[in-house]
Unconditional design. Structure first.
Length: 396
């Protein structure tokens, strides 16, 4: 989009400059790639803004699939705790229950973010911070997120269908498997299990990447802010005005970061941590050869994806937020030579940057950061070692 420079009330010599898209257009471009999949699943409650026929159909389909998913979860829990399978089978089924619960919760959040207007509000606020300049310069990171989103969908479809085919042709079916195929009374309807699993898992993937993309968008805006702050020329005549603009931009960035949903990360971690422990228990009991490793690989990958997806982006954002004050202090041209007005504004901005609780928190308990991620790994390793020590040795 060309920009005309106007001087003395008329159009004089003009210069074309490349500018960013409109404030929210950059982010909207990436979100549309995810909403395309969401629309195919009849889960789009953003467009159109009013309640049209398509939205009513989406609500009916979503409610129907949500009901089936909840029924499947309760049925699986019932037969898991009544059939009383072996310890290895129990670990496997508990893991499936945790995944089903996680996908259903993600489905609820996906609908809630759209219906409540949180996605529209967050998208607009991120774009207005610095007119999307940070997102425009970090397109590669956003495109990698979109690529991973589609790759994981393809992997989920392949793995779910593969496991269904293996269980269908398994001659030595357990009591659990025989009861599981009767989930809808008629064994011929067991294909519905595949549809429900794919529907909820893709919804889980969509909600996870919406969360990741918005967090990465905030990260890119903070990174751009820090880079511009380091390059700010403190010797210019309008340095006070520039610092005041930086203060306003930082205030908007803080509002965006605090607006990012904390409850989602908390619930996901509450489910993910037991899932990881159960997975490790299952590996300890089940792996006896290469075949077992191959069968357990999807479980390991899904646990790693869910844990890293919830923690990596917020931890990166927290690190970049912590760099803001360092960027301000390192810019010597702001502090030297001493100018009272510039010094006071810079000192006030530095004080604003001392918000140690600024970041995506786990429902207010703790900020998602690299030390917290490492501490979580340490706790899980300690619990696993304790469980292994307390596990009875096999007889004979």
């Amino acid at each position: 989009m060309p920009v005309l420079e106007i001087s003395e009330g008329k159009i004089s010599d003009y210069k074309e400059t490349k500018v960013s898209l409109e404030p929210k257009a950059e982010l909207e471009e990436f979100m549309q790639k995810i909403l395309h999949v969401v629309s195919i699943m009849r889960l789009n409650f953003i467009e159109p803004s009013h309640w049209s026929t398509s939205k009513v159909v989406n609500a009916v389909v979503t409610t129907f699939m949500f009901g089936l998913a909840c029924y499947s979860l309760f049925y699986m829990m019932h037969i898991t705790f009544t059939v009383a399978p072996s310890a290895t089978m129990m670990s496997s089924k508990l893991l499936q229950i945790a995944w089903a619960l996680q996908s259903i919760v993600s489905l609820v959040f996906l609908v809630y973010w759209q219906v409540s207007g949180r996605m529209r509000s967050l998208q607009q606020n991120i774009g207005e911070c610095q007119h999307g300049a940070g997102i425009g310069r970090g397109r590669n990171l956003m495109m990698r997120n979109i690529t991973k989103f589609y790759m994981i969908i393809y992997v989920e479809i392949f793995v779910v269908i593969l496991y269904s085919v293996i269980s269908h042709f398994d001659d030595a079916q357990s009591d659990f498997a025989k009861r599981w195929v009767q989930i809808f009374y008629f064994p011929q309807l067991r294909f519905m299990i595949i549809l429900i699993t794919l529907y909820t898992y893709i919804a889980w993937n969509a909600s996870m990447f919406i969360y990741i993309i918005y967090t990465n968008a905030a990260f890119l805006e903070v990174k751009y802010f820090n880079n511009e702050l380091e390059k700010l020329d403190g010797a210019t005549n309008d340095v006070e005005e520039q610092l005041l603009r930086k203060m306003e931009a930082y205030r908007r960035l803080c509002d965006v970061i605090r607006e990012l949903d904390r409850l989602y990360a908390f619930i996901m971690l509450v489910i993910i941590i037991p899932s990881v422990i159960i997975t490790l228990m299952m590996l300890n009991q089940r792996i006896h050869g290469l075949k077992d490793i191959l069968l357990c690989t999807p479980s390991i990958a899904l646990c790693a994806y869910s844990f890293l997806g919830v923690t990596v982006a917020p931890a990166r954002l927290h690190d970049e937020v912590g760099r803001s004050r360092i960027s301000l202090i390192r810019n010597e041209s702001i502090w030297f030579p001493y100018r009272k007005d510039v010094f006071v504004i810079a000192q006030v901005l530095s004080t604003h940057m001392e918000q140690t609780d600024l970041g995506i928190s786990i429902w207010g308990f703790a900020i998602l950061s690299r030390p917290l991620v490492l501490a979580t790994f340490s706790v899980m390793a300690m619990l696993l070692s304790m469980i292994i020590e307390l596990t009875p040795a096999p007889l004979g």
